[in-house]
Design a protein around this ligand. Structure first.
Ligand SMILES: [Ca+2]
Ligand SMILES: [Ca+2]
Length: 186
């Protein structure tokens, strides 16, 4: 197995909105891969930014460095992972999420509903366990592990990841580092 290691320093596109003091931050995951390596992403007209990251057998992982600075220094910063937007076909594939190496809930199967490639442009929200994390100021690591079970074809496409943050000083600087790996079989 060849571990292909890609580190993309491009600025990650994020979108955010605010309800009360809580902000919703959406990270387009294809921004983490090299746009010139077309084996790693796909055009999908229903996807955010019209693109997804494609994971083939046996999978890979995504790391996001979270930079946390409180808006009100006397209050905590809290972060909830809101889940993944994804498309899938063929067999179901599983993902796990970690905040600072602590598992967020248990792994989650992202089910496929059909075969023959018809569902790659139909997007679903994974939802997630509604854990809220109080994060100290500074850097934290968020990680998504992807495991795909199909040796031929199939795989899983991830469109975006959602976070809900409270008392964060600057949402545009929340994602301050990225790293993505695709495991590949020769
Ligand atoms: Ca699949
Ligand atoms: Ca996307």
């Amino acid at each position: 197995m060849l571990l292909q290691h890609l580190v993309v320093l491009a600025i990650v596109q994020t979108a955010w909105s605010q309800v009360g003091t809580e902000e919703r931050i959406v990270v387009q995951l294809e921004d983490l891969v090299n746009v010139n390596d077309t084996s790693l992403w796909r055009w999908r007209s229903n996807a955010g930014n019209d693109k997804t990251v494609r994971f083939y057998y046996p999978g890979g992982f995504v790391k996001l460095t979270l930079c946390v600075e409180p808006d009100d220094p006397f209050l905590d910063v809290t972060v909830r992972f809101g889940g993944l937007r994804y498309s899938n076909d063929g067999q179901a594939d599983s993902v796990s999420a970690y905040m600072d190496a602590h598992g967020i809930g248990s792994g989650r199967d992202l089910k496929a509903h059909s075969w023959q490639g018809k569902l790659w442009n139909m997007f679903l929200d994974s939802g997630w366990i509604d854990n809220s994390y109080t994060l100290t100021p500074g850097k934290h690591e968020f990680r998504i592990d992807v495991r795909t079970d199909e040796a031929v074809g199939g795989g899983l496409e991830l469109d975006s990841a959602v976070f809900y943050v409270d008392n964060l000083r600057n949402a545009t600087e929340f994602i301050c580092g990225t790293d993505i790996h695709h495991y590949m079989v020769e």
